[in-house]
Design a protein around this ligand. Sequence first.
Ligand SMILES: C[S@@+](CC[C@H](N)C(=O)[O-])C[C@H]1O[C@@H](n2cnc3c(N)ncnc32)[C@H](O)[C@@H]1O
Length: 230
Amino acid sequence: MSAELLIESDGGARAEDGVGHKSAALDNATMMARIADLYFRPGMSIADPMRGSDVFWKHIDRSLYDLRLTDIKDGVDARMLPYADQSFHAVVLDPPYRYVEAATSSAGLRMLEGNGYNLESVRGKGHDAVMGLYRDVMREGERILMRGGYMVVKCQDTITDGKQQWVHSDLMDFARSIGCEPIDLAVVTPAQVPPTRWKIQRSLRKSHSYFIVCRKGGRWPFGYKSVSAR
Ligand SMILES: C[S@@+](CC[C@H](N)C(=O)[O-])C[C@H]1O[C@@H](n2cnc3c(N)ncnc32)[C@H](O)[C@@H]1O
């Protein structure tokens, strides 16, 4: 385990019996460090084309990997990456998954923007636009991924027009449809809940989000061998 992994928001990377990283953490940086420790190996080429403010890499020794960190703010669109087919061992995808409705309070907007979200590509366009962006970047991620490579997708379930949208489940189905088998699922459970327009509560208010880990081609021996020696 890397020294950085000892910086944990919830008192320890490993489960109480000492075996394995826990699947729930209080923040993204902690969970991403666990995923990297478990699935990435030194020398792997990794693309994070929605790097935002690099929160995901906060507890990770970046010198271990051949990292390509870009963002639309740098002029690189994650839907059309300037990389060859099958050229990466892993790809990390974190689109802006909270679309903004006109009625959302400006305080809520400021909180999201302040947290590193660039909401322009989904602002005011609704859940379908968010899901369309996910599908586009996952297709592109699959294109640049080697067989046996890892796709890490960050997402959050949402409610639209009173209907619960199980985004993590929909994205797992979509990943399978493009040949990337979900092999792990982690939950981030921050203490704060996001802003809401609700006046009456009709379902549990959710603050948790997910990391889905997929393997292109599925798990060996049913799919491809991992790109990294285990
Ligand atoms: C949720 S933030 C990512 C946060 C990041 N994981 C971090 O650790 O700070 C979403 C990012 O996606 C970027 N983005 C939105 N649309 C994009 C696109 N089409 N291509 C590349 N980046 C995009 C935004 O600029 C924003 O920085």
